[in-house]
Design a protein around this ligand. Structure first.
Ligand code: PHE
Length: 353
């Protein structure tokens, strides 16, 4: 009786415990067998009843064993044949991506100009000759076009005199023209107040250059324009001084150097003291202490007129800079090709910047 109670109370949770159960109640050396051995000493009148009880005990033990082993097997199946999980192993690092240095700098440029009232505009990368050159005062066959080695996509149909050629834009100045035209359209549709145009235009541009440490056939520019009544050269200077102060190290020098662009008059290139050597002279600044960061100027009245805005009433300035160059100066990147090679050893350096 005691043994049968004991069996009823047993639980089995593992293979090892199942084996323990088998050894104690089922095997030839177990307690049940032992009790059967004792049957000989039982007086013959009781032997029959005791034998029956023992048989019941034996069956009970076998039944329980069968059901235990079934449930253990089911458990094993659920776990499958996979090795047990080792919870002490270190985790596999979940590497997150980093912002590309050009994106970081583009965002910073946008942030600086947005804070002083510029909005962000964009335009097509595949552009007609008119928007990339014609409207910007680059006459057909003018040598200034050679400054920008152009990828042509499609020749104009005969009779449209070149301005219908399709090309990959060589600068983001095409967006200038599109913004001014939008203004003209607003006026044409009856709008009487002139809304000042104050926008920057970040984007990709293309030039047919041999790829080297210093040049690439695809790069990024941010151009900006501001057109309103009474916009003067001092506004251009103020705006770019502010930009340089926000973007670069304190104490950075800035200078305006007279230059030429077909669509601005007067024009100036903007140099800053070299960020790498602090103006003492190094390879990046070709030992001059200065590096050029942007072109700029007052928008030529002819360009404003080309877009249908009255240049007697409205004036404006424009500037354009290369994001690659700014990034190079900020992060000392001495080979332009690094930007597009996607080498994680390069990209990881900008983690958390
Ligand atoms: N578009 C000129 C270039 O790519 C830069 C520029 C923009 C110059 C605006 C003056 C004004 O070279």
């Amino acid at each position: 009786k005691a043994i049968s109670q004991e069996i009823e109370q047993q639980t089995v949770a593992s293979k090892e415990q199942l084996e323990q159960f088998r050894l104690r109640y089922i095997s030839r050396k177990g307690v049940v067998t032992e009790l059967f051995e004792g049957l000989k000493t039982v007086p013959s009148v009781e032997r029959r009843a005791v034998g029956q009880a023992l048989n019941g005990l034996k069956n009970l033990a076998q039944e329980r064993f069968d059901s235990f082993s079934q449930s253990i097997e089911a458990q094993q199946d659920a776990v499958g044949s996979a090795p047990p999980t080792d919870l002490t192993l270190p985790t596999v690092p979940n590497l997150s991506g980093t912002q590309h240095p050009l994106s970081l700098v583009r965002q910073r440029i946008i942030q600086i100009f947005e804070r002083i009232g510029f909005d962000v505009a964009d335009g097509p990368e595949i552009e007609s000759d008119w928007y990339n050159f014609g409207a910007l005062n680059f006459p057909d066959n003018h040598p200034a076009r050679d400054m920008q080695d152009t990828f042509f996509v499609e020749k104009a149909t005969a009779g449209s005199e070149g301005s219908g050629d399709m090309l990959l834009r060589t600068h983001t100045s095409n967006v200038q023209i599109r913004l001014m035209e939008r203004q003209r359209a607003a006026t044409a549709s009856g709008e009487t107040t002139f809304r000042p145009i104050r926008s920057i235009m970040p984007g990709r541009v293309y030039r047919n250059e041999t790829i080297s440490a210093r040049a690439h056939c695809m790069f990024h520019q941010v151009e900006g324009i501001y057109i309103d009544r009474n916009v003067g050269f001092k506004d251009l200077k103020d705006t770019l001084y502010h930009f340089v102060k926000e973007m670069f190290e304190p104490g950075t020098q800035i200078r305006f150097r007279p230059s030429y662009f077909p669509f601005t008059e007067p024009s100036a290139e903007i140099d800053i003291s070299c960020q790498i050597c602090g103006g003492k002279g190094c390879n990046i600044c070709k030992h001059s202490g200065w590096v050029e960061i942007a072109g700029s100027g007052m928008i030529d009245p002819q360009v404003i007129a080309n877009c249908g805005i009255d240049p007697e009433e409205y004036t404006g300035f424009a500037f354009g800079m290369g994001i690659e160059r700014i990034t190079q100066l900020k992060f000392v990147v001495n080979d332009l090709r690094l930007y597009t090679e996607n080498d994680v050893r390069f990209l990881r350096q900008f983690e958390g910047v």
